[in-house]
Design a protein. Structure first.
Length: 126
């Protein structure tokens, strides 16, 4: 089963992990089977761990983990929240770790409203 979640700013300020039908949570490990990252990792932690400067530029970083496999795509983002340290991410199931571009493309299509509002084109970092 393919699934794409979105973490970031929705229609109001505040960052949440969004699922289908406007479902939102701050407890992804509890709410999604095998989800490997807590809310601290989603809320800038994955970017900070990689020492990515807080400068939005469209570069999408990725990692994977969990069982079943989840692929995380994350970037600094000021398109929904203008404050420093604002980031977004797609969290995708149903793809192999070798299918990162296909997984990102799937998430971007599922969350076309997020993709369309970006200030820079989203480009996967190898």
């Amino acid at each position: 089963m393919k699934r794409a979640l979105y973490f970031g700013c929705g229609s109001t300020l505040g960052h949440y992990l969004f699922g289908a039908e406007s479902y939102r949570t701050l407890h992804p490990v509890r709410d999604f089977l095998g989800f490997p990252w807590d809310i601290g990792a989603l809320d800038g932690g994955l970017l900070k761990n990689r020492k990515v400067p807080d400068e939005p530029d469209g570069r999408v970083h990725w990692t994977c983990g969990g069982a079943p496999l989840w692929i995380a795509f994350f970037w600094w983002d000021r398109s929904g929240d203008k404050r420093p340290a604002s980031n977004s991410g797609f969290y995708v199931q149903g793809f192999e770790h070798t299918e990162t571009q296909a997984a990102l493309d799937y998430a971007m299509k599922q969350w076309s409203n997020v993709t369309a509002r970006q200030l820079f084109p989203l480009v996967l970092v190898p």
